[in-house]
Design a protein around this ligand. Structure first.
Ligand code: NAP
Length: 286
């Protein structure tokens, strides 16, 4: 059997970011509005600090301003909610990203819900989950949205296909399943309590691995010709799929790194500029 074709997330993300930068420049030239993403970080977790810095750098290169709010690790839920409400009300801010995890003592859901839906460019609010589930226009969770764009890029129509999503987190597994369902896939969710993961994966035309367990999904369980999306990112640049064995069975597969990873930030930038474009139209119409 021939090896699977690689789904090149780096190349697609680059094209999306180039397009986003063009749209940002055009918006600024037409209206004077500079798209602005507010990043909020609680505490100084080194990985989170790096992620936020990376997002700010990418914003700058795309012509998007960023406003960073660094809060101490001792910040309470009420204080964080207050900050997010202020940013939600600030007309200079178009998108809000709360870097998570935020710390065990904070009610993360309450914090997310303090983000105005029209600024939820990371797709973390209940409102965004609802629009994803109903297939309505709105912001998508960034990694799931990036996965759907990769499928579209490679001509994979989810309609009528059996999709198995391994993982059910609020930011990744659950929303990617809902996006696939909204596109008429027959979706099965698997998680840590699933009795026979191999049997479920063997049925899948599209497998989305979103677990955080290195090489959990083995090639022997991939249906020949299936499309394999590996969102996992584990220490040592290892995905949740055993790439070497899966590449022999799949028709399309995302590498790690260079598959799903770059799509997340591209989706974030794209949605930030969309939020600014919509806000500018609202101001013009008012
Ligand atoms: P998470 O919140 O820890 O969720 C993991 C999910 O996997 C849970 O639903 C859990 O089930 C399930 N699970 C755990 N062990 C399992 C097993 N043995 N069999 C089947 N399911 C199992 O993780 P996450 O935030 O969704 O992230 C998942 C992976 O994606 C991580 O590697 C992360 O680094 C990566 N990720 C990548 C990006 C990107 O930009 N590329 C973005 C986000 C996340 P329960 O619900 O039952 O506990």
């Amino acid at each position: 059997m021939t090896q699977a074709r690689l789904m090149d997330g780096t190349a697609l993300a680059r094209r999306i970011v180039e397009d986003t930068a063009r749209r940002a420049a055009d918006l600024t030239a037409r209206t004077g509005v500079v798209p602005c993403l507010a990043t909020v970080l609680v505490g100084e977790d080194p990985a989170s600090v790096t992620y936020v810095r990376m997002k700010q750098n990418r914003c700058r290169k795309a012509g998007i301003a960023s406003r960073h709010v660094a809060l101490p690790a001792t910040t309470t839920t009420e204080e964080l909610v207050g900050t997010l409400r202020e940013l939600s009300a600030d007309p200079q801010v178009h998108g809000i990203l709360l870097q998570h995890p935020v710390g065990e003592h904070i009610d993360e859901r309450a914090a997310f819900e303090a983000i105005a839906p029209q600024k939820d460019v990371d797709g973390v609010t209940f409102a965004s989950f609802a629009t994803m589930s109903f297939g309505l226009p709105g912001f998508v969770s960034c990694t799931p949205g990036g996965i759907l764009r990769l499928l579209d890029e490679y001509g994979v129509d989810p309609a009528g296909k059996r999709a198995v999503v391994v993982g059910r987190s609020a930011i990744l597994g659950k929303p990617v399943g809902m996006l696939l369902l909204a596109r008429d896939a027959t979706v099965t969710y698997c998680h840590s309590r699933t009795r026979d993961l191999s049997a479920a994966v063997r049925e899948a035309d599209i497998v989305v691995a979103a677990v955080g367990r290195p090489r959990l999904i083995r090639g022997q369980d991939i249906k020949p010709g299936a499309v394999v999306i590996d969102a996992g990112y584990n220490p040592g640049n290892v995905g949740d799929v055993d790439f070497d064995s899966a590449v022999e069975r799949a028709s399309l597969i995302t590498p790690v790194p260079g598959g799903v990873g770059p799509m997340t930030i591209a989706t974030l930038l794209d949605q930030t500029v969309s939020a600014a474009e919509t806000a500018a139209v609202r101001i013009t119409a008012a």
